[in-house]
Design a protein around this ligand. Structure first.
Ligand code: NAP
Ligand code: ZN
Ligand code: ZN
Length: 352
């Protein structure tokens, strides 16, 4: 395949695991017949961006441009594009392509395709170089992986739906969380605060677990019926054996057995957090009460659109703190201290 013609766009990249992010320019392909070119207005800051920028998962190639909570306006479309036109407001999440023919792709579960192309850190099928994410002025994506944004939602606050939103919506839907169930959410960060909102919207009885006593009031305001400070042994003991389902959205090493013990018989602890180091799972809390320990990865394209439409209908967005592009390194340091209320979103017009 001939290498497509490229144009350059401004971006923020890091050149090593220990370097700060800094301004640069990157190549994007000129839109091909099936591509949509998007001028990025806002990009959310996911903890995965930080794990990736610092090579905590061990597969980062440099220079690295993070960012997979992308919203913006369509500035050009290829001749074969049917779903979008210039001027449309659109979103791009964690995926920009997949094989489209395997059983996972045919089931609309592109996140499990072994040939999926992630928005950053995958091999770009067109350019043969690593994909670059949304900390940039523009991006070019095949139309099948572009999403429609609900017109009624604040666009900046809707950007985090593209990762934090779908990553929490998908497991809650998959395991049919709803009325009559006691559901726990662990960690009030970007993912956790969306999980609290969704679990509440689905009708569950919601308990938030946080290590930050300062987040108790916010946890309730965001939709939790109860908030447990997980460092308080007495508060934890009072919850033993009472949960149907717990979603763990913690970004760092922590004791998951403490949460396993809070499940009822046959209860399920689902991990969406992706800490750098392995978590230790004790056998007894699992086997004595036939509990499950599961994982979940973002969501496929059809479910991501379903989630966006659900958010439009129920007026659900993220609670955000807007930053300029040049504040990203400070934002990462605050994220490491669990000091995010509750998602940073970059105003991409600040990248000049
Ligand atoms: P975040 O905004 O930084 O939130 C993480 C939260 O975890 C913190 O706010 C804090 O909540 C809690 N926490 C942090 N360090 C902790 C520790 N040492 N012990 C206990 N709790 C701690 O991160 P995020 O963007 O929501 O992402 C969370 C994790 O999910 C990351 O690992 C990310 O890579 C991963 N992720 C996975 C998927 C997927 O598809 N599975 C998708 C996106 C992100 P409290 O202050 O309330 O305790
Ligand atoms: Zn993410
Ligand atoms: Zn596939």
């Amino acid at each position: 395949m001939a290498k497509p013609v490229c144009y350059s766009t401004k971006a923020y990249a890091t050149s090593s695991a220990t370097s700060p992010l800094a301004a640069t320019t990157i190549d994007r392909r000129q839109p091909t017949a099936t591509d949509v070119q998007i001028q990025i207005q806002y990009c959310g800051v996911c903890h995965s961006d930080l794990h990736f920028a610092r090579n905590e998962w061990g597969f980062t190639q440099y220079p690295a441009v993070p960012g997979h909570e992308i919203v913006g306006k369509v500035t050009a479309v290829g001749s074969g594009v049917k779903k979008f036109k210039v001027g449309d407001t659109v979103g791009v999440g964690c995926l920009v392509d997949s094989c489209r023919t395997c059983p996972d792709c045919r089931a609309g579960l592109e996140q499990f395709c072994t040939s999926m192309v992630m928005t950053y850190g995958s091999m770009d099928k067109h350019l043969g170089t690593p994909t670059f994410g949304g900390y940039a002025q523009s991006i070019v994506v095949t139309e099948e992986f572009v999403l429609r944004m609900p017109a009624n939602l604040d666009l900046a606050a809707a950007a985090p739906l593209l990762c934090a939103g779908i990553t929490t919506y998908s497991p809650l839907r998959h395991w049919k969380v709803g009325a009559g169930q006691k559901v726990g959410i662990v960690g009030l960060g970007g993912l956790g605060h969306m999980a609290v909102k969704f679990a509440r919207a689905f009708g569950a009885e919601v308990t938030l677990f946080t290590t930050s006593p300062s987040k108790v009031a916010d946890g309730k305001r965001l939709g939790a019926h109860e908030v447990v400070v997980s460092t308080d042994a007495a508060q934890m003991a009072a919850q033993a054996g009472s949960f149907d389902f717990i979603l763990d959205a913690v970004s760092a090493t922590h004791d998951i057995n403490a949460y396993m013990n809070l499940l009822k018989r046959d209860g399920n602890l689902v991990l969406v957090g992706a800490p750098e180091k392995p978590l230790a799972v004790a056998a007894f809390p699992l086997i004595f009460r036939r509990r499950s320990f599961s994982g979940s990865l973002i969501g496929g394209l059809p479910e991501t659109q379903e989630m966006l439409d659900f958010c439009g209908k129920h007026n659900i967005t993220s609670d955000i703190e807007m930053i300029r592009m040049d504040q990203i390194n400070t934002a990462y340091e605050r994220m490491l201290k669990s000091d995010v209320k509750y998602r940073f979103v970059i105003d991409m017009t600040s990248l000049k």
